[in-house]
Design a protein around this ligand. Sequence first.
Ligand code: SAM
Length: 282
Amino acid sequence: MPGLAIFNLELKEKEFRKISDLVYRHCGINLHDGKKELVRARLAKRLRLGKFRTFSEYMKHVMNDSTGYEFSLLIDSLSTNLTSFFRGGEHFGFLAKEFLPALLERKRKTGSSRIRAWSAGCSSGEEAYSMAIALLDTLEGQGQWNAKVLATDISTHMLDIAKKGIYEKKRVMAVPALQCQKYLVPLNVDGQKCFKAGLKLRETVVLEYLNLMDDWPIRGPLDFVFCRNVMIYFDKPTQHRLVKRFWNLLDSGGLLFTGHSESLTGVEHDFKYIRPTIYAKP
Ligand SMILES: C[S@@+](CC[C@H](N)C(=O)[O-])C[C@H]1O[C@@H](n2cnc3c(N)ncnc32)[C@H](O)[C@@H]1O
């Protein structure tokens, strides 16, 4: 049957090595041998779309595209962008009930009104907007503050979604009704009920492209960093380097939040363990 071969695209060992080396060098994602089938399946879609007959042919096309667009599509195909509002709810509970009230107290004592947070690997923005909701709720009625949540990702496609800030109703179900009313604006998109991040959230969240492997043009010190469900894709030496860089950027008393399967066990660091996946710079 003509066309059947395209469903059985073979990813040769040499091709897999080339792709995994390239991806590792670019963004730290560790495509070890166990990921070969995932790479084959995810990139097969791109091969079919572009009607490429082999992975080598496809890779040649990617490498010849001087705009970098094809390469960014390759990275997008291989990275996982799963996220949601208030994911890992206990992190937000801890922020709202314990960390943020104590932070305001500390800031007041030092006469500082500057609060800075970072969602490192923000995907389509839900994490950063949830952080901003927790922050704005805490600051309500507390006078004037200069509070920003920096949100960065390597995927320009995900950043575009985050910048639009429009989410289907089912995606905002995790936002408590009161906060939904305060910070999200209902709207209809092609007859579908959606919600858009409101002005206060947009003023608070600053979205930028950033590859965590590159230099970070970020002015510290930061009060808290969420780097959740990102480091899991990196190897230990890369995780170690990142954790050290987060440490350098955090203020004393600042917090690092990691994803639920990303404890810092096995990573050398000076953070103080607060509770699972929450670490403080003393
Ligand atoms: C699974 S999502 C996590 C989203 C969010 N932090 C959460 O926990 O819900 C992982 C994100 O990390 C991003 N990412 C992977 N490697 C990256 C890198 N080197 N620099 C910046 N972002 C990266 C991906 O593009 C993706 O959006």
